[in-house]
Design a protein around this ligand. Structure first.
Ligand SMILES: [Zn+2]
Length: 280
């Protein structure tokens, strides 16, 4: 599932590919992707004739800003955008096509069909789901060690599910949470409200470092997306922990373990990420 860095990459790529372009009409072949308005014709009519000004990101959501409108798009598991010339064969699982006046098409493809789109009048989106109750942006100035510490003090659950909760901190998913906890030397099963001040500071630094390095890695791959098929989505990024169960920890050589925390596959180093607080 795309997390903050991947969505940020899609955002940047869309800005290079479609900002300034005008939508002539929209075709929707899988109505359930469109969550708002309920009427698909209304969705298509509302967008026709509008110009894409800019694409922004809030958590894992894309905010496609048009003159007077905001289209909020969540890629969920496998949603992807691609820019094609009109008349190019339409790939299977393409569910929404934005026909642009310059003869190109912005196509949304989603094999798993979990992605969503909500259309709002500009700025109306902040007061309504799905953006209404989102937590702090980890790569913003609002995300300070004090803010993170205060958020964690209020939560008794394990630290991993707390960090995955988009109402607390946005943009972190199952891959980057394992990376950030490893960097901070914190076991995923530590209760959030029992982290020490020093651990909260380490975690704050680790979250920012993990996400910003991944954003940079994504940024460097933008070119290949544009030059290739014009398709954007997940990219491979060097990971120190996620998916490396059974391999040695890069820091201490101990074998990385995998267990299930809050229903999610979880990777950690049993030596670098001690379960008991005293060991830290
Ligand atoms: Zn280790």
């Amino acid at each position: 599932m795309p997390e903050l860095p991947e969505v940020e990459t899609v955002k940047r790529t869309l800005n290079t590919l479609v900002a300034g372009k005008t939508i002539e009409r929209v075709t929707v072949t899988l109505p359930r992707i469109i969550q708002r308005p309920a009427n698909i014709e209304e969705f298509c009519d509302a967008l026709s004739g509008h110009t894409i000004e800019q694409v922004e990101r809030r958590g894992k959501f894309l905010r496609i800003l048009l003159d007077g409108l905001t289209l909020v798009s969540h890629l969920r598991m496998e949603g992807r955008y691609g820019v094609f010339k009109a008349g190019e064969p339409v790939e299977k699982h393409t569910h929404v096509i934005f026909h642009l006046t310059d003869g190109s098409e912005l196509r949304y493809k989603d094999v798993r069909q979990f992605g969503t789109m909500h259309l709002f009048r500009r700025d109306e989106e902040w007061g309504m789901p799905p953006l209404q109750k989102l937590g702090v942006e980890p790569l913003s100035e609002q995300f300070t060690p004090e803010v993170l510490t205060a958020l964690l003090r209020k939560r008794r659950s394990f630290i991993k599910p707390v960090l995955l909760n988009q109402h607390v901190v946005v943009g972190i998913g199952n891959i980057y949470v394992d990376e950030a906890l490893f960097r901070a030397g914190i076991h995923p099963l530590r209760p959030a409200d029992e982290l020490t001040d020093a651990e909260c500071v380490r975690l704050h630094e680790a979250i920012i470092a993990t996400l910003s390095e991944a954003v940079e890695a994504g940024g460097s791959s933008i070119k290949s997306y544009v030059n290739g098929q014009g398709e954007m989505g997940m990219f491979q990024h060097q990971l120190q922990m996620y998916g490396r169960q059974g391999e040695p920890c890069i820091r201490c050589g101990q074998i990385i373990e995998k267990s299930v925390v809050g229903g999610r596959g979880t990777h950690y180093c049993p030596r670098c990420q001690k379960h008991s607080q005293r060991a830290n």
